[in-house]
Design a protein around this ligand. Structure first.
Ligand code: ZN
Ligand code: FE
Length: 256
């Protein structure tokens, strides 16, 4: 199996998984770069997984449906283009011989889902859409801070060696904020240097891993004393773990 991050728009990735003949893609916001990759690698599109309804994740669905008639699965409670199999937590979907569990991760959108398989070439794999980014998390467009915190807790509880396939290359900007929150985190400092080098060579910083994110991502670390204290320097009134998480998210929204 091969896992590729296909760049789309300015900073999206459409993840493509293939076995040399058949392919699965996640969140094809733009059909063009996906069609190019399928043609270049001589692949048949078998399945499309959708995590949420935003246009930069579903905009290529109609063109890919017409070209390949793939199986298309997506969240149960969101408005999506055309006929889509509707899934929510507790459901599974099998594609290319892999079985993915669906995890409900509301927050960025109200019905956002993620796809997790415990075994792809020996390692677990997560497609988390715009819920978890390397060093950050999605903006709260439809959900509450409590929902997003609970969603991120679910993802942080997956095995540490899970490869985390996020749908945006936001890593450097996220790490700039993370370093403002936790300037003394040595794992974070080292990771920021490694990511800078990758971007200078035009390489994706992704996939990340659950273990790495637990060590460097402020939104998975809001209960750590240093992170809580930093969030309270931004908003002194933040008491309780949800309020601290909300303060952190608001601080990131304003951070330049
Ligand atoms: Zn989105
Ligand atoms: Fe997005």
């Amino acid at each position: 199996m091969d896992l590729l991050a296909i760049p789309a728009f300015t900073d999206n990735y459409v993840w493509l998984l293939h076995d040399g003949q058949r392919a699965l893609v996640v969140d094809p916001g733009d059909a063009g770069p996906v069609l190019d990759a399928l043609q270049r690698l001589n692949l048949q599109l078998d399945t499309i997984l959708l995590t949420h309804h935003h246009a930069d994740h579903v905009g290529g669905v109609d063109a890919l449906r017409e070209a390949f008639h793939p199986r298309i699965v997506g969240p149960a409670f969101e408005t999506l283009p055309g006929p889509v199999e509707r899934l929510s937590e507790g459901d599974t979907v099998t594609a290319l011989g892999l079985t993915f569990s669906v995890i409900d991760v509301p927050g960025h959108t109200a019905g956002h889902i993620a796809f997790y398989t415990p075994q792809m070439d020996g390692l677990p794999l997560l497609f988390c859409g715009d819920t978890l980014f390397s060093g950050g998390c999605g903006r709260l467009f439809e959900g509450t801070p409590a929902q997003m915190l609970a969603s991120l807790d679910k993802l942080a509880a997956l095995p540490g060696n899970t490869r985390v396939c996020c749908t945006h290359e936001y890593t450097l900007a996220n790490l700039k904020f993370a370093l403002a929150v936790e300037p003394g985190n040595t794992a974070l400092q080292a990771y920021a240097e490694a990511c800078k080098a990758k971007r200078e060579h035009d390489q994706p910083t992704l996939p990340s891993s659950v273990d790495l994110e637990r060590r460097i991502n402020p939104f998975l670390r809001s209960r750590e004393a240093a992170v809580t204290a930093a969030a309270r320097r931004f908003d002194a009134s933040a008491s309780g773990e949800v309020a601290v998480f909300a303060a952190l998210r608001e601080w990131k929204n304003q951070f330049r």
